[in-house]
Design a protein around this ligand. Sequence first.
Ligand code: BMA
Length: 342
Amino acid sequence: MTTTIAPISLPDPIVPQPQHINTHAGLPLFARYHRNPILTQENWPYPINSVFNAAAAKLPNGDTLLLCRVEDRRGLSHLCAARSTNGIDGWRIDAQPTLPADPLGHPEEIWGIEDPRITYVPELEQFAVVYTSFARGGPGVSLATTQDFKSFQRYGVIMQPEDKDAALLPRRIDGNWALIHRPVTTQGAHMWISYSPDLRHWGSHKIMLAARRGGWWDANKIGLCSPPIETAKGWLTIYHGVRRTASGSIYRLGLALFDLEKPEVCLQRGDSWVFGPETSYERGGDVKDVVFPCGQTIGADGDTIYLYYGAGDSCIALATGSIRSLLAWLDANSSPEEVSAL
Ligand code: BMA
């Protein structure tokens, strides 16, 4: 006897709904440059493995400088400068490493230096470059200053391991310099702020933003991306959240706003992430599903953000946003109870 099985009628396929959450006034908060990535290993004047996670600065002559993390073919990183007139293409790349690791003078750098952030400090008339120095003790935070990205004054380690994702604020707060950084403690991987009278001795350590818990996109591990942007409403800050999944981690970006004169005070924190890996160069690469900005420049209009981000730990890409739109999005998409519950 044969049994006839009635065909199962399947429901209509689920059509993904557009994500309106990452938009303001109908526009995406960050728009990718259509010819991304803007810098890859193939552009480099000497053999390397990959180039990613670049700090950014506007130079006095109007050029954009990217201080790129370059991973050589041993697996160790150094920093190399690329300059461009428009900040988009025509990059002129230093023929040799601009800031190589100095394992003899600075043993904290024996496994290289990574992920710089640049802040121009008017009081010093210098750029402060804060970067990750990597050695047996783990990653720590080091500082160097420069005027021209040719010669550097090294301060050495300013935050001992395990610590990274650091940037200096451009001016003193109540008489002291302020450094945002991300130590890993038994409490977790949160963003902290510390203060110093002289850039060498640091104290008054405070948590400024804690990783959320549970199922949140930014649960357990967060860190500063590019240096905070000073606005009339507060320090506008892009940070990364790391979601651990069965197939690896996803690095996405979120927004928070901090008090101008008390930057450890979070005024607003967005609920949702605002930018995440979508394209092939972000979803693939040496480390998949990573977007990791370490720098931005602001356009002549005072509003446009040129956000430079490492994609997949393999190349550098560009997305643009608007300070006004990010602040308006924060007004509409942050929940005070989550901020106070931390
Ligand atoms: C972080 C940093 C970044 C890297 C990211 C993804 O911990 O080390 O340099 O881009 O992981 O691998």
